[in-house]
Design a protein around this ligand. Structure first.
Ligand code: FEO
Length: 168
């Protein structure tokens, strides 16, 4: 059985993962509408992955006898300044999510909920991968400069992580 505090922080994470999915979906629609089909494809896959993260949390809360709550979400920004700014925003968001996963680990330790502490390790590792993958994209963007955006847009399709490539 989850303590109220753990149930509540897991529910907050459900909302954050749902928002992440919508954020990347909104970014994908901006990219697609602006001719960046490759970036859009990467972002659509990322949005699907975030939805799966949300579902993992929902199922875990229920397995432990809690009640997952589906909350209202803020509207993500509909416009972006450009591709570099977009990936900088993805990185900032992933760092925020990593921090929030760390807070779950911290609270699970405080509450002596070793099951949650162990379960959430998957997300600790996932965040390392996600940040590394976005960082690799940003490095590539910095190398290419503005004039090679077409090549970058083609390349980014091949930079999807294995977990993203299993998405429809
Ligand atoms: Fe679900 Fe990108 O963290």
């Amino acid at each position: 059985m989850l303590t109220k505090k753990i149930e509540s922080i897991l529910n907050e994470q459900i909302t954050k993962e749902a928002y992440s999915s919508n954020l990347y979906l909104a970014m994908a629609t901006w990219a697609e509408a602006n001719g960046y089909g490759g970036v859009a494809e990467w972002l659509y896959a990322q949005a699907e992955e975030e939805r799966l993260h949300m579902l993992k949390f929902i199922h875990y809360v229920h397995e432990r006898g809690g009640h997952a709550i589906i909350a209202a979400l803020d509207q993500p920004p509909k416009d972006q300044q450009g591709i570099k700014e977009l990936f900088a925003a993805v990185m900032k968001h992933e760092q925020y999510i990593s921090q929030s996963i760390n807070e779950i680990v911290g609270l699970a330790m405080e509450e002596r909920d070793f099951t949650t502490q162990s379960w959430v390790q998957w997300f600790v590792n996932e965040q390392i991968e996600e940040e590394a993958s976005v960082s690799a994209i940003i490095d590539k963007l910095n190398l290419l400069g503005e004039h090679n955006m077409y090549l970058f847009d083609r390349d980014v399709i091949g930079m999807r992580r294995p977990s993203q490539q299993t998405q429809p």
